[in-house]
Design a protein. Structure first.
Length: 64
């Protein structure tokens, strides 16, 4: 039950990340590696897009 809910939440968050940063080419493996680690996710998105980390953090916290 908890695992199912956790996976559903991840899919929702992942979809929103892909929508917000659609210009970036994320590999599923990269996203899975950053899953559950906000700082790692910010760094990944920053590396792919060049967007300021503060802006990324603000958008991610709105999603979560």
């Amino acid at each position: 039950m908890a695992t199912t809910r956790m996976n559903q939440n991840w899919l929702r968050i992942k979809t929103q990340i892909l929508d917000l940063w659609s210009e970036a080419d994320f590999e599923d493996k990269e996203l899975k590696k950053a899953r559950g680690n906000l700082r790692r996710m910010v760094d990944l998105i920053h590396t792919k897009t060049g967007e300021p980390k503060a802006d990324i953090m603000r958008k991610l916290t709105a999603i979560v």
